[in-house]
Write a protein that binds this ligand. Structure first.
Ligand SMILES: C[S@@+](CC[C@H](N)C(=O)[O-])C[C@H]1O[C@@H](n2cnc3c(N)ncnc32)[C@H](O)[C@@H]1O
Length: 248
């Protein structure tokens, strides 16, 4: 899509934001999921005297989850070396972006966010590169160019095939020795109690992915599992997986 058409679409979608509708190209619809409302969230955070990240944590998640998750990543050595190029899928309000950017001070931070209001706001607020998000690919990012590719609370609810389209792209854009970090609802997160909670809360929008399948999918593409841990993802949990691509 030309820069002009992309800008026009983003502008139009920003205007449509409050209506809950979005302009998408044929084929994109299934891949795009709506996110928490932009303006209400910014206003709510301001009124509560909280950062946007802390406000979202306290309203929709377990307070402190964002920092605790980044701390876990750090504990497994994700931020040990210098990380100069980062790509994040679905950053939303930027609650992870905010912390990770401060920790790494990367030369380049790219985002693929389908919600145009949040995407434009993140680009303005954090000076990140907002790539055109077609909902399934990282097509404006060069192969083997990223030291860290990550996503949080995105693959817990995207359709299975879209998630694997992104996995394929994450493997493509990460450089040898680079890291891929994301969470999913794996079978390790599921048990009788969680199923009951999902039924009670009508949690229809979650996708469960078998852990072994994931590990073998990435393994066959030269990415070895380095570590994994569980994090809250109400009502229940998600599992974070940290993969490292072969080579240095
Ligand atoms: C549940 S939110 C999580 C946001 C953020 N990562 C966080 O943890 O606060 C999912 C995010 O992914 C975005 N999203 C939904 N479908 C997407 C897609 N196909 N490609 C990229 N981003 C998508 C949504 O707009 C939203 O910002």
């Amino acid at each position: 899509m030309s820069t002009y058409r992309k800008a026009a679409r983003n502008k139009f979608n920003a205007l449509l934001g409050r209506t809950g509708f979005q302009l998408v190209r044929p084929g994109e619809r299934d891949a795009v999921r709506s996110f928490i409302p932009f303006r209400e969230t910014l206003d709510g955070a301001r009124k509560a005297g909280l950062s946007v990240g802390d406000y979202i944590d306290s309203k929709y998640h377990v307070p402190g989850t964002t920092q605790a998750t980044v701390d876990q990543m750090a504990g497994f050595g994700v931020f040990q070396g210098k990380i100069d190029s980062i790509c994040e899928i679905g950053p939303g309000s930027g609650r992870y972006l905010d912390i990770v950017q401060k920790m790494c001070a990367p030369h380049s931070y790219e985002i693929y966010e389908t919600d145009p209001e949040w995407s434009n706001w993140l680009a303005r607020t954090y000076h990140v590169i907002a790539r055109e998000a077609d909902g399934t690919s990282l097509r404006d990012t060069a192969s083997g160019s990223m030291e860290l590719v990550h996503a949080h609370k995105v693959f817990v609810y995207l359709p299975f095939v879209v998630t694997f389209q992104y996995f394929k792209e994450m493997v493509r854009v990460v450089r040898p020795g680079g890291q891929i970090v994301f969470d999913v609802v794996s079978d390790r997160c599921m048990n009788d109690e969680t199923i009951e909670k999902w039924i009670a809360c009508r949690t229809y929008s979650r996708c469960v992915i078998p852990r072994d399948l994931l590990i073998s999918y990435f393994g066959q593409r030269g990415c070895a599992l380095h570590a994994s841990f569980l994090a809250p993802n109400l009502p229940g949990q998600s599992e974070y997986l940290i993969f490292v691509k072969d080579g240095t």
